[in-house]
Design a protein around this ligand. Sequence first.
Ligand SMILES: C[S@@+](CC[C@H](N)C(=O)[O-])C[C@H]1O[C@@H](n2cnc3c(N)ncnc32)[C@H](O)[C@@H]1O
Length: 423
Amino acid sequence: MRNAISLFCSSGIGDLGLRANGVRTIIANELLPERARLFQANYPDCKVFPGNIWELKDDIVSYYQANYTEPPFLILATPPCQGMSSNGMGKMLNDYRKGLRPKFDERNRLILPTLDIVAELRPEWVIFENVPNMQNTLIYNKDGNLVNIIDYIFSRLGDDYIGKAEVVDVADYGVPQNRKRLITILSRTEKGKAYFSVHHSFIPNPTHGKVATLFVQPWVTVRDAISSVPPIDGKKGQNALPGFNPLHKVPPLDEKKYIWVSNTPEGETAFNNQCINPNCGYQGNQRHGAKRVSGINQACNDTPLYCEKCGTLLPRPYVKNKDGTLRLMKGFVSAYKRMRWDEPASTLTQNFQFACSDNKLHPSQNRVLSIYEALILQSITNYPYSFIVDGKMASDELIRDTIGESVPPLMIDKVIQKILSIS
Ligand SMILES: C[S@@+](CC[C@H](N)C(=O)[O-])C[C@H]1O[C@@H](n2cnc3c(N)ncnc32)[C@H](O)[C@@H]1O
């Protein structure tokens, strides 16, 4: 049986793709105790190290060396992505060149202890998964020099490993969701090196595409994935169907949000809603948009909140001023927006229960996605997994965080199939 070490394992969603291929996660590390407990409940034979990788890296190495004689088959490392933003990177770089020491997100340095573990245990294969912006992320290395994180990975592992960082969209692998990720696969095996020298990539060929061809099927759409799930509604009392599935539930919408959402057509944002006065029904009110001001995208501030023809309040998101008057809520056209039935879902985050979060409204029902639907759209329901810990269902918050931060297991499944075909 091939074994794996999962770093930043969260609750073990990505690891489902390993297990589906007979690769056993024998050691895992996760900072947050409740996620580590959920992981342990699903992988009872795994040695889980709950806590900070900086403090645990030596214990992880010693534990492996004490219990196993051969190097691990795989290390899967999925560090947090919240710090990997290119915002302000140019200015920081300029400051650094001027001899100043700009502050960088410490979370981006989690690659350092990760690479210490890789260098000590020398797995046959390594997979890093993160957001595409990881490519542009700078970190201070151990010597205090500012380096690009991907360059650092390759310089640290030297000639021992070969591989490449590549951006993929998980929709191209059958996940009903457009979610771009940076996947870096490295190998130090003879077979791996021979394969890479010919093909220059370890990433599997896409199985799906926007348009079907001889080689790929069409993307799996929201309709394919969730249209058979029974309807619920954002009105209190109708917002759950526990008899169908305890996770098929949504937070209720308050009265005004319900009006905004119920007047929003598929693929549209509530910011573009038109007049609902039955005596007017004007459909030509100015739409909301964004403009670039000094190189920065800004939502327009002249979008009307009252019908330009009859003066009735439009069902668009608003807030109340101190003097009681109403003004359009600040927000982009991706907020309060319905998904489209015939496309993959947009990228799921932990915020999928908020109507104001980007593209999170159900395509036709007046509500956000249910937790159960999010599990489907992240391909988690394709695999056996339980949210029950010590006989109790995990909290909604933990489940949502687990889904939003996870790697779709189907993507990892296909990557592992590819690696196994080379090994
Ligand atoms: C992107 S998520 C991993 C998702 C996971 N692979 C999955 O598919 O479910 C990153 C995880 O790293 C954990 N983390 C953050 N800082 C950490 C640290 N210093 N040591 C260990 N884990 C950490 C976070 O709590 C989070 O659960």
